[in-house]
Design a protein around this ligand. Structure first.
Ligand code: NAD
Length: 377
């Protein structure tokens, strides 16, 4: 054996590629089935996909009921956050990070108030009322998570003066009022007084499917407006109604600092801005109001927003194959629990930080399943 192949062999052992070679690369269908427990066409896959680890260990990633089962809540009902008031922006179903964060905050004893995007509000409230989310609402003691109030909100507009005529008269906004960021903060203060926790779990990039090289100025600025400036705007308006010792968090993604082809339309730039702003806002809001500002860099999740990008299944599969923690899929609840910790007094010394909750994928410098690592001898 040559020195080169010896080196390659020990390297492979270190990255556990041997296990991968015993389980040869699966077909696209098998990979999809392994992650989602069903074929792309929707048929349930009960047999393990050939050549892969057992599906049962990989299956829950995109299964809302599994993702939100109460046994996933690994801390007791009520904790050091009991009695705190949290405003969570960016919940319109039970599939995304905002829902999981709300649930973990509720589990920790917080009163949870929502800000839901106006065009999504009606269907969200109807589904909530009809019990569609009841399974996902279950807390560890069997009670259901309650929302103190759901406000309409559009984080792209700071005040009503900023709202253009076509939105004022748009039927998706009809019947709702006081939904700009400033008006929403005023309503929250009027109804609840001061709050303790501010969660920004929203993003929007109309041209996300386009490479940056093909992104228009409008598309790029819209991505920054909805996904980054919205955080600045929220902190400007909610900061003054937050108690000293409070905390604000947002959700970011690795594409801010590493190239993720396909995450386009200026969304990678928006996440880079969000992370940089987290540091500056931590300083300014810390000095001004005594509140902490952090962001969580989350691994891939098949939320509604992520599905719109079009390649989230591949990202989940890539993470499962290449992250240091590859035996278990990342769950939204793991992000929720980190958020609950960051917003609690347990994290009183943490501010201006980006915390990775991605099974460790950010730390990898090499894709362990890369074709170029395969041995030819
Ligand atoms: P999601 O669809 O559950 O959440 C996005 C929310 O943003 C939706 O509720 C939508 O209604 C809301 N929204 C969009 N435009 C808005 C506006 N103008 N005003 C108010 N609300 C608006 O999807 P998610 O993936 O849970 O996204 C939450 C956050 O997590 C986002 O910041 C996203 O970039 C981030 N994130 C997601 C992933 C992933 O793989 N899903 C990974 C890392 C980070």
């Amino acid at each position: 054996m040559s020195a080169r192949s010896e080196h390659r062999l020990s390297f492979r052992d270190r990255c556990d590629v041997r296990r991968r070679l015993e389980y040869p690369p699966a077909s696209t269908r098998d990979r999809y089935a392994a992650v989602f427990g069903r074929s792309r066409r929707g048929g349930d896959v009960s047999e393990p996909a050939r050549g892969r680890r057992e599906i049962s260990t990989l299956r829950p990633q995109n299964d809302a009921i599994n993702r939100y089962r109460s046994s996933d809540l690994s801390f007791p009902r009520s904790s050091s956050s009991t009695g705190k008031k949290a405003f969570v922006a960016g919940v319109a179903d039970d599939q995304g990070f905002g829902w999981a964060i709300s649930k973990c905050l509720a589990q920790a004893g917080c009163e949870v108030i929502l800000g839901t995007w106006v065009p999504a509000l009606n269907i969200f409230e109807t589904s909530l009322r009809r019990g569609k989310f009841d399974e996902s609402r279950k807390l560890s003691d069997g009670s259901l998570m309650e929302f103190a109030k759901v406000y309409p909100m559009d984080a792209v507009f700071d005040t009503y003066d900023d709202v253009p005529e076509e939105i004022r008269t748009n039927k998706r906004y009809a019947g709702n009022e006081k939904w700009t960021v400033a008006e929403c903060a005023e309503q929250v203060e009027k109804d609840f007084g001061k709050i303790d926790i501010l969660v920004h779990s929203l993003a929007n990039g109309p041209e996300v499917a386009k490479p940056l090289l093909e992104t228009s100025r409008n598309g790029y600025l819209a991505a920054l407006s909805a996904s980054s400036y919205s955080k600045v705007s929220m902190l400007q308006r909610f900061g003054p109604i937050m108690n000293k010792g409070g905390a604000a968090i947002s959700l970011t993604y690795l594409a801010s600092e590493r190239i993720i082809p396909g995450y386009g339309g200026g969304m990678s730039s928006a996440k880079a801005a969000l992370e940089s702003d987290t540091q500056v806002l931590a300083y300014e809001a810390g000095r001004k109001w005594g509140i902490r500002v952090n962001t969580i860099s989350a691994g891939p999740l098949g939320s509604r927003a992520a599905k719109a990008i079009g390649f989230i299944d591949d990202m989940i599969n890539y993470s499962l194959t290449n992250a240091p923690l590859s035996e278990k899929p990342l769950t939204a609840m793991e992000i929720g629990q980190t958020a609950a910790f960051l917003c609690s007094p347990l994290a009183s010394g943490i501010t201006g930080s980006c915390i990775y909750v991605d099974n460790g994928l950010h730390a990898m410098g090499l894709a362990t399943d890369a074709k170029s690592l395969e041995r030819s001898d």
